[in-house]
Design a protein around this ligand. Sequence first.
Ligand SMILES: [Zn+2]
Ligand SMILES: [Zn+2]
Length: 143
Amino acid sequence: MKRAKKQIFHDYIAKHGLKSTRQRDIILDAFLSTDRHLSIEELYLKLRAKHPNIGYATVYRTLKLFAESGIAREMQFGDGQTRYEHVTEGEHHDHLVCTGCGAIIEFENEAIEKLQDDVAAAHDFVITTHKLELYGLCAACRK
Ligand SMILES: [Zn+2]
Ligand SMILES: [Zn+2]
């Protein structure tokens, strides 16, 4: 899976006449080996300890490239931070977002997916994509 994503990214880089750089590869490795839903800041801080020569702007631009190449998706969860999550072909999930601690929980629910299709069909509408975000407090934050 990780290899496939690297391949997709390298193909994209080559196709667009960009050079593949060591810094981009380091950022790609770091991104692929983290949790999902990482902000630019979080990835930058994670890299900084080991790779102090990689600047924030480079991380920013590289994440944008990941999104353009299709291996990452930009998400906003209402806290003003752009987050990047891993994209896996054919996979879909929605999110529960804790407004207390910022935890992001992924879920898949077939009944909800089906209901969305029913709603669309009732309006003679074809859904091409959707995102569902439910905001609230996680168990730890309610204590
Ligand atoms: Zn919480
Ligand atoms: Zn997600």
